[in-house]
Design a protein around this ligand. Sequence first.
Ligand code: ADP
Ligand code: MG
Length: 695
Amino acid sequence: MVQPQTLEIPIRGMDCAECAQHVQHAIAQLPGVEAVEVLLSSEKAVIRVDLTLVDMPAIRKAVAGAGNYSVPETAALAATPPLGGFSRRVLTLMGVVFGAVLFIVVVGEWLGMFEQLTARVPFPIGLALVIFSGWPMLRNVFRAALKRQVTSHTLMTLGVLAALAVGEWATAAVVVFFMRVGDYAERLTTEGARRAVKDLTAMAPQMARVERSGAEMEVPIGEVAVGETVIVRPGEKIPVDGEVFAGQATVDQSAITGESIPVEAGPGSRVFAATLARLGSLRVRATHVGPDTTYGRVVKLVEEAEAHRADVQRFADKFTGYYLPIVASIAALTFLITRNPLSTAAVLVVACSCSIALATPIAMLASIGAGAKRGLLIKGGKYLETLARADVLLIDKTGTLTLGKPEITDVITLNGLPEAEVLRLAASAERYSEHPLAEAVRVAAKERGLLVPDPQNFEAIPGHGVRARVDGSLVAVGSRRIMPDAGALPITAHLEAQGKTLVFLARDGELAGVLAAADTLPPEVPAALAAVRDLGVRHIKLLTGDNERTAAGLAAQLGVDYRAELMPEGKIAVVKDYQAQGHTVVMVGDGVNDAPALAQADVGIAMGAAGSDVAIEAAHVALMREDWTLVPDVFRIARRTMGVVKSNLVFTAVYNMVGLTLAAFGFLPPIFAAAAHSLPDIGILANSSRLLRQR
Ligand code: ADP
Ligand code: MG
């Protein structure tokens, strides 16, 4: 059996959602293709294909056969010149030029200029002019027609033909002119969407300074290997993810976390690719390079975000497919009833299907792009749509709600064991655990200067604790539940009442000590939860594996519900319960020990995901830094985005309806219809660009 492979193939020439559909169809029809998703914004097709049945030249041919599209040779990959983007200036300039042209056309039409032109200049000359100026588009339409395909220009071309048929060549020429303007507007709109993603890629460093056999040399980023020493000078971008082993620097991590306040990095610190070393230099041992870095993952996931389409977009895509036949029928009816070829031409020309298809993705991509720059990785429009209507927020406690940096405050010894011994055993057993409590235990042992032996047979029991063999004894560390018959220890009740988490230690099946850990609640949490509630999320609940009393204290402090002493499966069950009752559930977790519950939730949000592959993979939305203000931000962005999507859709729908009606009843000369055709694209672009300026 040959395993199908996943290929990413760049595609050029796609200007609108219909184009993407054409390419998708063409590729899907090839033998050996199991699945294909064409991404308009990142200009590529992701294909699952059995390469024994089909080869690259065949794919290339199929893409070219679908219309005016191509698969560039790899060398030419970076060669597409950017068209400009979402910038205010470009939009303003376009508006001005467009307005001026429109003015000339209206005045011209009013003065009867076009009629005079038609009357004075012989028809063949006019015809030549029309064909000459509209050739690239007309050719595509005819080519597609030969393959029995329609494109977004097919209807307009029919309109042009109708005008020519009645000898109105000047009208046809103006329509052709506006076809090209409209084309440009569409390309600009699509490019604007791409831009949000491309800006992100542009932040990646290209070169790295490495130390090889004692000498420093600059090499392209692709040649750096894991484990190599990378040297970062002041003012340079760090090219890899890695661990600092020498030097000191102030690092601006905003490219990853969106946080503009720089952090101090020194020996032992983790640093991330694409972050900036201001003041000071560093020697870094590379742990991840290229696409494996946090930055690389974010870029890849943002590029792929388009594949997770929102339902509204699926609907719009489907509708676009029906729209062309609908318009064609309206045009046919218009002709049958009015017998007026110019009204018919106007109907064909005014309809703009592309803007319907673009109304959703352009807003989604703007938000996803803007989010990624601020440390919010949203993996698809689908999740924005879900977030906007979510009404339940479940919160994992340890490592998520609390900062994940608990401190050991008390050590209680039993069986006459010295305090230091309790800590030493616990720290050894916890050596390889990723749990925040494990880190607290290790820190406490380190602070007392204890020598911690390496454990054997380490075993993590999610939601419970750890087990390992230390100095020959079997040591278990964790919640009361993995303890042998711990019972109610009178000496610990007061600690729980203070909201402290108890970590029990057993040696060879006998309880040997208890550690108490105090967790700090980030100061922004109460306000963040209040904001989420104000955004319409009515049920907020704390989920924790911690004990009842600790959870109750914290929940009361925050004014939220809670469920305590939950196993990881218990958290999944709570999510499912809510879903079964018809709620839309968002869960915030650390993404490591609660990954299954995050995956089960309608939207799983991982907190502080920078540097954690697991968390970035597991969540639907990853917050790159531990900052609770980002949580209401995610809900806010989702709501704003859906607001823009809806206004885009309503705007295009109304615009098309009004345009079609006016055209059918002969109130809209084809010339104006053509001018009106490209307006919605510009409107959508301008409306959606508001999302790029998330505060
Ligand atoms: P939460 O649900 O609050 O995020 P977890 O599910 O991660 O907490 O863990 C539940 C409980 O299990 C913790 O409160 C703690 O008592 C115990 N526990 C889990 N892992 C460890 C560990 N590595 N060391 C000590 N205690 C642990
Ligand atoms: Mg947790």
